[in-house]
Write a protein that binds this ligand. Structure first.
Ligand code: ZN
Length: 283
């Protein structure tokens, strides 16, 4: 199933994409896609509800804004340097264990919302990533059991300000957390629809030019390991996002380096998870 949320910022309604690709409003189900929804078998309950009510669900107009496909989660955990060539282009060593960092949840926005270059930024950069959405609370989960805790997958642009991240007492969290630095969507695709999340093409174009073009098979640490590893250090709650790292081709790695400016358009997508498009604006 493909879950969407649509409507004005902060007032999104839950919806789905039906088999014909039409957006349906499922607010009649009575629950948004939040922690409580995932924790209490929301996906299963929604399927049951739809089996009786799908014909009476209103359609949502294509003109409606898409919001992030999940409510604001308790945390976004990001994995750094998880593709070999990206570690090299960043001038960093390939890590022996996953590199974890947080991204502020206030950075979350819709898949086609503008990305805002923050005040004082010189080096705002792009990063297409496969984001895993957790479906059940877990800690100390084994690799073997980890995939049972996945609700689904979505596209994430891990927008990054490299000077905030790496210069002047830079911290990764500082460079990753500005408003609009985490566009999610267009859809949350439930895990049953993705045969092998470790084998999906992912790409990003800037103003029509392909900048990133890779496959999640190139990840150094695979999804079961990332979930298990993260859960050794924190409890994962339903709706939490683990963003699995970006492949080669970010602006920082180019010679000369290239960063986003107002008027640029990013388009990014992952096999089976849809396409997002973001116009860049100044604060
Ligand atoms: Zn990233």
């Amino acid at each position: 199933m493909k879950l969407i949320r649509f409507g004005p910022v902060g007032n999104e309604k839950p919806g789905i994409i039906n088999k014909r690709g039409v957006k349906l409003d499922v607010s009649g189900f009575g629950q948004d896609y939040n922690e409580h929804f995932f924790e209490n078998d929301g996906i299963k309950r929604l399927i049951t509800w739809l089996s009786k009510n799908i014909d009476s669900c209103p359609t949502a107009s294509d003109a409606e804004r898409l919001g992030p496909p999940i409510c604001r989660p308790s945390k976004i955990v990001c994995i750094g340097l998880n593709y070999t060539q990206h570690a090299l282009e960043s001038g960093m060593q390939l890590p022996k264990e996953p590199v974890l960092f947080f991204k502020s949840t206030t950075a979350i926005c819709g898949p086609n919302d503008p990305v805002i270059i923050p005040k004082g930024s010189q080096k705002t950069d792009w990063e297409v990533e496969l984001a895993v959405v957790i479906g059940k609370k877990t800690s100390y989960v084994s690799e073997e059991e980890a995939m049972a805790y996945v609700a689904g997958y979505t596209v994430h642009n891990d927008v990054s300000e490299r000077a905030f991240q790496l210069e002047h007492e830079g911290q990764w969290v500082k460079g990753k957390s500005s408003d609009t630095f985490a566009p999610l969507g267009p859809w949350l695709v439930t895990s049953d629809e993705i045969d092998d999340p470790n084998n999906l093409d992912l790409w990003l174009k800037l103003n029509g030019e392909t900048m990133q073009n890779s496959n999640t098979a190139d990840m150094v640490f695979k999804i079961p390991h990332l979930i298990s590893y993260t859960s050794q250090f924190m409890t994962l709650l339903p709706g939490d996002v683990i963003s699995t790292g970006t492949p080669f081709g970010v602006g920082m790695g180019l010679d000369p380096q290239r960063y986003l400016k107002a008027g640029d358009e990013m388009e990014l997508g992952i096999d089976g998870l849809g396409v997002a498009k973001q116009l860049v604006k100044n604060y």
